[in-house]
Structures are given as C-alpha cells and as structure tokens.
Design a protein around this ligand. Structure first.
Ligand SMILES: [Zn+2]
Length: 153
C-alpha cells in the first residue's frame, strides 16, 4: 500500500500515541526496504517517474529486507520483548504490525506479496493490488469513514 495511506491508518488507529513516531513506524517497513534502491534510481540512474519506479527490477537485497520488515513473526517477537522491557516503546511496534496486516490483502503475490510468516514460511496471500483504482478508492473512503468515526462522531 502507498506510504501516505499507511501513515494515515497509523495516525487514526493509534491517535493517542506520539504522531511523529506513529508515522515513522507506520511507514518504516517500506522505507527500510525501498529507500536505498529508490535513492539509486532517482540520483544515480535518474529514472524518476512513478510508472518506472513501480516497473523496475528490484535487486535481491530489497526483497530480503522486505521479507524481514513484513514478518508478523519477527514483529510479534519484537513486540513481546519490548512489552516486558520498555513497555511504552512496545506500543510503537503496533503501527508496524498494522502496516503488515493492511499489506496482506492489498499486495498480489507477484508484486511484493506480504511474507507475514517469514522466516518460517514464504507463504504469501494473493491479494488485490493496492494501486488499482477500486482499491485506492475503497482504501481512502474507508480511511475517511474511520477518521470520521474516531475523531468527529
Ligand atoms: Zn509494506
């Protein structure tokens, strides 16, 4: 899913936490996986258009980092460790976990399907691509509805 929607979901669901840390951890799984290669594409190869960015061939290290940052197993372990050591810090793992949960139905297997059981399994649910117009419209409509219910209603 796009990082703006990830950040907005985090801000709405975890509105009682520090908003800057919520934004950071809501987008962290993608930022860590894609930022280095995105900088290479923009500044070294100078091929910056959204279409080219999406269609590019990703180096293996991007996929490897993505597998680790999109694992519910690893984030659950991290959450449990922090919960019993630095409880307040553990709450900021929750926006990260939300990121993974939202990604599962919104990524087709062939475009960064979410390996949520990594490293024990490479299983990926074959979801609906978040960039398709019906998914974008449904996602942002749902965001608006949930924001209305949380903040206004
Ligand atoms: Zn993601």
């Amino acid at each position: 899913m796009d990082i703006i929607a990830h950040a907005l979901w985090g801000l709405i669901i975890f509105h009682k936490l520090n908003p800057w840390l919520v934004i950071f951890f809501s987008i962290f799984p993608d930022i860590l996986a894609f930022s280095i290669d995105s900088v290479r594409i923009i500044f070294v190869e100078k091929r910056f258009t959204p279409k080219k960015m999406m269609a590019r061939k990703f180096p293996p290290y991007v996929v490897e980092i993505y597998n680790y940052t999109h694992s519910l197993i690893l984030t659950a372990v991290l959450f449990i460790i922090l919960f019993f050591t630095f409880r307040t810090a553990s709450y900021y793992i929750l926006p990260w976990i939300l990121h993974i949960l939202v990604d599962i139905p919104l990524h087709p297997k062939e475009f960064f399907g979410t390996p949520f059981m990594y490293p024990f399994s490479n299983y990926k649910f074959n979801g609906y691509h978040w960039i398709k117009l019906p998914a974008l419209l449904a996602n942002y409509a749902l965001l608006a509805l949930v924001a209305y219910l949380v903040f206004i209603h």
